[in-house]
Design a protein around this ligand. Structure first.
Ligand SMILES: C[S@@+](CC[C@H](N)C(=O)[O-])C[C@H]1O[C@@H](n2cnc3c(N)ncnc32)[C@H](O)[C@@H]1O
Length: 432
């Protein structure tokens, strides 16, 4: 197979990154925007030793799963990989990927989102200047080129309104000194936050004053200095330009103080479905000590507080831990406390009780060392919340070596129109 050659092929399956799989002379070709059962002429655009990448040049047979993307820049933007797939079919593909990954596991059908568009409560828009114009949007797939846009179909409407205003009011000099603009809006309190991220604050105080006048719901505006050359979005130091460095959120009926550096689930409606599933799978009896690793602002532990004797939570971001302890006070909960520590170090040192362990690590999953320490903690149950089914499977396999069996996996569609899958697993200790 050579670059620019054309073939007529049928798509055999869809990878969990959203690429159609077909074969030419027995060799795998990955083709984006090509769905199982479809037939097309494809052109080879890149070859590697074991596979090639192709592009559809003429689609001859369409899948019933196909629909027209709602977003006009869907084919260029790397934000959504499933814009050409009907929503029910997206859930069908996610169910298949989960069943393929956990072959012998009890994987329940994914909980679909009631509102699969305009759901996200946080966006980090890259900013640049091209041909004398301010560009803001999202990156092309596997690139640092911005696909300029005026709205995003998976961001909430208030985020889109603030984004559109910023885009038309940022000067060239301001845009050149910025790298990202982060916008976060609570769907429950309506409070909004804007974080200017870049090397220099050029007249952002004045722009902020005008923006806040236009959008009174903005309670927090921050300039975050980031002069790094890598991909890390947030820098260390910051100045509050308006209001505070946090906004007020809600989660499962609890008030949540949320610092701009702290994590919060991106789909608020599905977050509640996720947490309720975690509570149901934990099947608490009321007298348990629950240890919560990777706790963020304490949202899960606080939701569980009424079902258990006590919650001890651990989180590495100091601002999030401060929020978590403040949130416990705000909500009058007397049985939760949060400490700032690396989760692996914490489980290595912790000598208290642990009947139920709740973990919600970042995409890379738990550390191997952390999993080894779990054997010493000896919880009856582990409720593992994961935004990366592949690392969940790896960790489930590691936990099996310490006598834990994964009983149920419940996927939740937290990221419609993308290939992302969130899930909760109930893992139990096998006692003889
Ligand atoms: C997926 S978020 C979950 C947060 C929270 N459970 C929630 O639902 O909002 C993962 C959290 O783990 C924290 N984290 C990352 N690495 C960590 C580590 N080594 N030790 C403790 N916490 C860590 C992150 O700061 C983040 O708040």
């Amino acid at each position: 197979m050579k670059k620019n050659e054309q073939y007529t092929v049928e798509c055999l399956s869809l990878t969990d990154l959203g690429a159609g799989v077909c074969k030419v002379d027995g060799q795998v070709v990955y083709v984006y925007d090509f769905l199982p059962g479809e037939q097309a002429d494809i052109r080879i655009i890149k070859t590697y030793s074991k596979y090639a990448i192709g592009k559809v040049v003429a689609l001859h047979k369409k899948s019933e799963a196909r629909t027209d993307p709602v977003c006009p820049v869907a084919k260029r933007c790397g934000g959504c990989q499933m814009q050409s797939v009907r929503y029910e079919a997206q859930c069908g593909f996610k169910n298949k990927w989960m069943r393929d990954l956990f072959k012998d596991g009890d994987v329940r059908p994914i909980l679909p989102a009631k509102e699969p568009l305009f759901y996200r409560n946080k966006a980090q828009f890259p900013v640049s200047v091209q041909n004398g114009q301010v560009e803001m949007g999202f990156y092309r797939p596997r690139s640092n080129t911005i696909v300029d846009t005026t709205q995003c179909w998976i961001q909430s409407r208030p985020i889109n309104e603030i984004f559109a205003w910023i885009k038309t009011h940022l000067s060239i000099a301001q845009a050149e000194a910025l790298r990202h603009v982060m916008i976060r809006v609570s769907s429950q309190t309506g409070e909004a936050q804007v974080v200017w991220i870049g090397r220099e604050n050029i007249g952002l105080d004045d722009l902020t004053a005008r923006m806040v006048e236009r959008f009174p719901a903005i309670q927090s505006v921050v300039f975050n200095e980031n002069r790094r050359a890598d991909n890390v979005i947030l820098g260390e130091t910051y100045t509050v330009l308006h209001g505070r460095d946090w906004i007020e959120e809600r989660c499962m009926g609890n008030r949540v103080k949320l610092h701009f550096k702290a994590f919060f689930q991106v789909d608020p409606a599905q977050m509640e479905a996720l947490y309720q599933t975690a509570i149901d799978l934990a099947d608490f009896q009321g007298d348990e000590t629950c240890v919560e690793l990777y706790a963020g602002t304490g949202t899960i532990g606080m939701a569980m507080a009424g079902h258990v004797k006590e919650v001890v939570g651990v989180e590495i971001v100091p601002e999030a831990v401060e929020n978590a302890n403040e949130n416990v006070r705000w909500n009058g909960l007397e049985n939760c406390r949060y400490v700032c520590q690396d989760a692996t170090a914490f489980v290595g040192e912790y000598a208290g009780a642990c009947d139920v362990l709740v973990v919600d690590p970042p995409r890379k999953g738990m550390s191997e060392e952390g999993i080894c320490h779990i054997e010493k903690l000896d919880p009856e149950k582990i409720i593992y919340i994961s935004c990366n089914p592949k690392t969940l499977r790896r960790d489930v396999e590691r936990l099996a070596q310490s006598g834990y069996r994964c009983e149920i996996i419940q996927p939740v569609d937290m990221f419609p129109y993308t290939t992302g899958i969130e899930c909760v697993a109930r893992i139990v200790k096998e006692r003889e």
